[in-house]
Design a protein around this ligand. Structure first.
Ligand code: NAD
Length: 297
């Protein structure tokens, strides 16, 4: 049993903290939302009244926060956890944040002799509830070895991606593939409709041909071929368009900073920006097929 501090108990963090309790760990939790904190206590965590109180006495502190801004506020500066925790505490940020902030926080932690890993996840709310997330971890191998058994209580795959920031880099590269491929698959189904090709036939053929990809065979944007896909329930998420847009914009920031040419990633970010601004922030990201079809949002 490990003593774990858990900060950020939202759609992802709530079920992740509950899975740590289920695995027998002592979890002290904090969220700025009293409602979220109360739900974590119902799941067996102990309530703390601040980030520092959640981290006090913990061997490992996990955070699952909305963005880099909150992560920097929680970890950095004179009031942050890096300045406050006991020597030897391992810090693990599971939020999806920008690579530059992840690297800066890791460097700030290293100056105090602490390890801060970036460990964003793939798998969504369903994966968080079922403890089947994939963790992509950046940071020193020694820190990874300490975090791995704890992360395995919440996920099916825990992969060491490389040095600080490599976890965030893996996450945005993966989701850039996903955003681009969802648009490509959606365009193909819309073209098929115009050509009079039945969607079931396109699915049957492309799923066995070179067009095969996850957006087609696991998350098909037209209803029917993949019964578990959000397209069968009026595009209720799933993974929201707002989340996809966040990740595509993080990829573009990183591409600009790193000098990488990612024209399709840029186009995907622009298209998801239009889709979100048309009132679809909370629609599943596969719902973009409706915009591509030219129908009502
Ligand atoms: P969420 O908004 O539901 O949860 C974030 C929680 O952090 C909220 O409960 C909020 O009150 C809390 N919080 C904010 N600032 C805080 C602070 N200073 N101290 C303590 N608590 C604070 O978001 P989510 O859906 O759980 O996503 C969390 C992270 O996981 C994001 O970075 C997101 O990009 C990433 N992610 C989400 C999904 C998904 O499907 N929801 C999938 C993969 C990755």
């Amino acid at each position: 049993m490990a003593r774990i501090g858990f900060i950020g108990l939202g759609n992802m963090g709530g079920p992740m903290a509950a899975n740590l309790v289920k695995a027998g760990h002592a979890v002290t939790a904090f969220d700025v939302s009293a409602e979220r904190l109360a739900a974590a206590v119902d799941a067996g965590a102990t309530a703390a009244d601040s980030t520092r109180a959640a981290a006090a006495g913990a061997e490992l502190v996990l955070t699952m926060l909305p963005s880099g801004r909150e992560a920097a506020a929680v970890y950095g500066g004179a009031d942050g956890l890096i300045a406050a925790v006991q020597p030897g505490t391992l810090l693990v940020d599971c939020s999806t944040i920008d690579v530059a902030t992840a690297r800066a926080l890791s460097a700030e932690a290293a100056q105090r002799g602490l390890m801060l890993l970036d460990a964003p996840v793939s798998g969504g709310v369903a994966g968080a509830a079922a403890a089947t997330l994939t963790f992509m971890v950046g940071g020193p191998a020694e820190g990874f070895a300490r975090a791995e058994p704890i992360l395995k209580c919440m996920g099916k795959a825990v992969i060491h991606a490389g040095d600080a920031g490599a976890g965030q880099a893996a996450k945005i590269c993966n989701n850039m593939i996903l955003g681009v491929s969802m648009i490509a698959v959606s365009e193909a189904f819309v073209l098929a409709e115009r050509l009079g090709l039945a969607p079931e036939k396109l699915f049957e053929i492309s799923s066995k041909s070179s067009g095969q990809c996850w957006s087609l065979t696991s998350y098909c944007p037209v209803p029917g071929p993949v019964p578990s896909a959000p397209s069968n329930r009026d595009y209720q998420p799933g993974f929201t368009a707002a989340m996809m847009l966040k990740d595509l914009r993080l990829a573009q920031e990183a591409a600009i900073a790193g000098g990488a040419a990612t024209p399709l990633g840029a186009e995907a970010a622009a298209l998801y920006g239009l889709f979100v601004n048309a009132g679809n922030a909370q629609v599943d990201f596969s719902g973009i097929i409706r915009m591509i079809r030219g129908g009502a949002a």
